[in-house]
Design a protein around this ligand. Structure first.
Ligand code: PEP
Ligand code: MN
Length: 371
């Protein structure tokens, strides 16, 4: 059971203390009070843990300061919507708002290689008006003999250049908790010129200790990538580790599933799950067309499969696109075959905006016409 308090009632308020007192008067019931910092308001929720079936709803309904009482329907209780009963309030990070109604393109390098590439990439982003990017310093590679990423050595120039080119948020994968500390220190040493969204890669989707570590800090939001070989339900439960550890600033990313049935694409595109994740959870949803398609191939209409797949995610309501670019894909040290070039950035961004406005028109159409 979740007791949602009225807007802007803080965890330390007497109304919350009263709800906790009532809840804990029932046998074997424990409580956890969670504060969710939304983009425009604070939401305090009291979670009742234990045998809640025997706990009546009325004493809470009657309490001052209670907005509503939610009976839990899903195991992933903190991120779930519980059949629409919980709202998706979103969050703000470094001046950028993320929610189930926002839209951002994170175009950038799969892996940082040289300072020059980073600068060319960021300059191109500034030219097209993007303030969000991706830049991999730590790469989880299938083979130990492949390039493993520049690691912490690249952080000073990545952060410094981000500040110089007006980048506000960089999605950056971490593989272990020490990377989180390296990023934290790197940002501090650079004078915090930008922000980082910690990416949990598909290979670490069930690395529960890492999930707890990113959940126990609230300095950085988290981009959680769905596990490529597990069910959606398992990924949602894994993602719950982040939110249940305290960090509610999470974005859920679809990136294709591992199966030969997706061939000739690298993974089977799963963007039909965008509305599913928005319905089941309170989280903004990201799509990653690059790791889904995995290659540069064009349809007879001239558009790349990556463009088409991106459009499929956006037309279904995706809130974020994570996409690989590189100034010279032939020289990229990781995932060059799926990277678009900087010359293609302007068109890519314009195409995403076109599709996003079509999505917004679809919502208006639905409101206007009987359905
Ligand atoms: C990536 O985004 O660079 C990456 C490794 O993605 P995934 O974890 O989805 O394979
Ligand atoms: Mn990659």
């Amino acid at each position: 059971m979740i007791i949602v308090m009225k807007t802007d009632l803080r965890p330390e308020s007497p109304e919350v203390a009263r709800v906790v007192r009532i809840a804990e008067s029932y046998p074997e019931i424990r409580t956890e009070v969670r504060k969710i910092q939304g983009a425009t308001r604070v939401l305090t929720e009291v979670y009742l843990l234990g045998p809640t079936a025997a706990v009546p709803q009325e004493p809470f309904d009657e309490c001052e300061g209670v907005e509503k009482v939610i009976r839990i329907r899903e195991k992933y209780r903190a991120i779930a919507r519980h059949e629409g009963q919980a709202v998706a309030i979103g969050f703000e990070y470094n001046g950028v708002r993320f929610g189930q109604d926002s839209f951002h393109v994170f175009a950038g390098l799969c892996a940082v290689d040289t300072r020059e590439s980073v600068e060319e990439m960021f300059r191109a982003l500034q030219r097209v008006g993007l303030e969000t990017t991706r830049a991999g310093a730590y790469k989880p590679r299938t083979s130990p003999y492949d390039f493993q990423g520049r690691g912490k050595a690249c952080l000073p120039y990545v952060f410094e250049l981000a500040g110089r080119y007006g980048i506000k948020v960089i999605a950056m994968e971490i593989l272990t908790e020490s990377h989180l500390n390296e990023i934290r220190n790197g940002l501090r040493e650079a004078g915090n010129p930008t922000g980082v969204m910690l990416q949990i890669g598909t290979r670490n989707a069930q690395n529960f200790e890492l999930l707890k570590a990113v959940g126990q800090q609230d300095e950085f939001p988290v981009l959680f990538k769905r596990g490529f070989g597990i069910t959606l339900e398992e990924s949602l439960n894994a993602c719950e580790y982040v939110a249940s550890s305290g960090n509610h600033r999470v974005v859920f990313c679809l990136r294709g599933m591992k199966t030969s049935l997706g061939e000739p694409h690298r993974h089977l595109v799963d963007f039909g799950h965008v509305p599913v994740v928005k319905r089941l959870t309170r989280l903004p949803v990201c799509v990653d067309p690059s790791h889904s398609v995995g290659k540069r191939v064009a349809a007879p209409d001239g558009l790349l499969d990556i463009h088409h797949v991106t459009a499929q995610g956006i037309i279904a309501g995706a809130n974020m696109v994570l996409v690989d670019f590189h100034p010279r894909p032939d020289e990229a040290l990781c995932d060059g075959p799926q990277a678009l070039t900087l010359d293609e950035l302007e068109h890519f961004v314009a195409d995403t905006r076109l599709v996003r406005s079509a999505y917004e028109e679809r919502i208006k159409l639905r409101e206007r016409l009987p359905h």
